[in-house]
Design a protein around this ligand. Structure first.
Ligand code: ADP
Length: 432
């Protein structure tokens, strides 16, 4: 019904600059239609009663209200409003002058001056005030000055009462329509305002968080970048002082180690920046092959060869996801599991398993390493958080893992028993 009415008033695809402008256009159409129905009612009633005195005015009202609807629909909104207010003002003036007070036709002055403000709005208040003054002037002319521009119509008490009821209810209905418009607009604006305020607060919190992270980031990265450099400089000095040239190899190894640490931090920073900036890719991935590719690099290390690495992923499993991001996630988790493992036990192992349930891939990277103390478990994914003093990393790895997982719509959870081992569960939406 609402749809149909809106179609009749504004057409199928109206071009309107704002929501309020659209509702005002709808309202102009609606009030013009009410005017049409009132005039139709009186035309029919007067025809039946053969009271042909005010019949012409109603016919004029009817045709002008039709014209308002047409103008409005054709996009001449200002013209439609002006025509509506002028017509209604003058016709109400005429009806009020011709009919007795008891018909209550003067009640229409109330919705009409209200209509001027509602239809023009605050932006066009000068026009609204002009029509308000016109209404006041016509009211005074019709009721306070004894001016008989048109002959008076005498109605029986019953007919007068009937007219009074019809006028009272339609004027009340029109007033209700206009007030409802104001209340509704106010409601939507307040709601929009609250929503905007909430969004602003949320953005503000996000910005404060980003700012804090940035501060910490600058501080920690410069520290992490400087510390290997200072070590390298120190080692070079020691090398210069060293008389035995055959010891040079030892220092070169130490320097190489530090250079690798530096390279690792820079790599992590680049991964972080890349993840923030780059859009998500959809690649066909063989998960088993990807894991093997990652592990090949680690297995070159002698220490890692002591580990039993179990890949419980079907070799044929193909998924669609972001390959580079998935690699960053798995590489960091596996690198941690390898670096922090307890190598002084009989059966150190790392197990990677996968399950798929309703387009969700769960990858579990499990180890029987030292585990993570419950005090650290909540903070483990924070930027630059290290769970022990012995760690050599920057504390960025798991933060990058979490950010990257979330970027592709996934989640990550840790389950760890201190002294026994850790499991990282990554859940990702995938296509198969
Ligand atoms: P880092 O660069 O220090 O490795 P991460 O963010 O990757 O930073 O890890 C944060 C901390 O969590 C590490 O310092 C380490 O103490 C702990 N950690 C991560 N993974 C494991 C694991 N598999 N076993 C034990 N401790 C771990």
């Amino acid at each position: 019904m609402k749809e149909l009415l809106s179609r009749i008033i504004v057409g199928k695809d109206p071009v309107v600059e704002s929501r309020i402008a659209h509702t005002r256009i709808l309202l102009t159409g609606q009030v013009a239609m009410v005017g049409m129905f009132i005039s139709l009612f009186y035309i029919i009633r007067n025809l039946i009663l053969q009271l042909n005195v005010s019949y012409h005015y109603h016919a004029i009202l009817l045709s002008l209200m039709i014209l308002v609807v047409v103008l409005n629909r054709k996009g001449h909104h200002l013209a439609a409003k002006i025509l509506f207010l002028t017509t209604t003002n003058f016709l109400i003036f005429l009806f009020s002058s011709t009919a007795s007070y008891y018909t209550g036709s003067f009640i229409y002055f109330i919705p009409i001056f209200l209509a001027a403000f509602v239809l023009f709005g605050y932006e066009e208040r000068i026009k609204a005030i002009f029509f308000f003054l016109l209404t006041l002037f016509l009211f005074i002319l019709a009721h306070l000055i004894d001016l008989h521009l048109v002959p008076q119509v005498t109605l029986s008490t019953r007919k007068m009462f009937e007219s009074f009821i019809v006028n009272f209810f339609t004027a009340s209905f029109l007033t209700m329509l206009l007030i409802n418009f104001l209340i509704r607009e106010n409601y939507y604006y307040t709601k929009e305002l609250i929503q905007n305020e909430e969004q602003l607060l949320e953005k503000n919190t996000q910005l404060t968080k980003i700012n804090q992270e940035l501060d910490q980031f600058v501080y920690s990265t410069s520290h992490d970048l400087r510390s290997p450099l200072s070590t390298i400089l120190g080692l070079l000095q020691v090398m210069e002082l060293e008389k035995e040239k055959e010891n040079a190899g030892y220092y070169i190894d130490l320097i190489r180690n530090r250079v690798h640490a530096l390279d690792h931090v820079i790599g992590e920073i680049l991964d972080y920046a890349w993840n923030q900036k780059t859009g998500i890719q959809q690649d066909a991935i063989n998960l088993h092959a990807l894991l093997t590719e990652i592990l090949t690099n680690f297995l070159q290390d002698e220490k890692t060869q002591k580990l039993s690495i179990e890949i419980e992923v079907p070799p044929t499993l193909e998924i669609i996801s972001d390959r580079r991001r998935l690699k960053i996630i798995l590489l960091n988790l596996l690198s941690n599991a390898i670096r922090y493992h307890k190598y002084d036990q009989s059966k150190p192992f790392i197990r990677v398993s996968s399950t798929i349930h309703q387009n969700q891939l769960e990858i579990c990277v499990e180890d029987n390493g030292p585990g993570i103390h419950p005090d650290h478990q909540e903070k483990i994914f924070e930027m630059f958080y290290r769970a022990s003093d012995k760690t050599t990393g920057s504390g960025l790895g798991l933060y990058i893992v979490k950010e990257t997982t979330e970027k592709i719509g996934g989640t990550i959870h840790l389950r760890s028993e201190y002294g026994k081992g850790s499991s990282f569960m990554v859940r990702l939406p995938i296509l198969q």
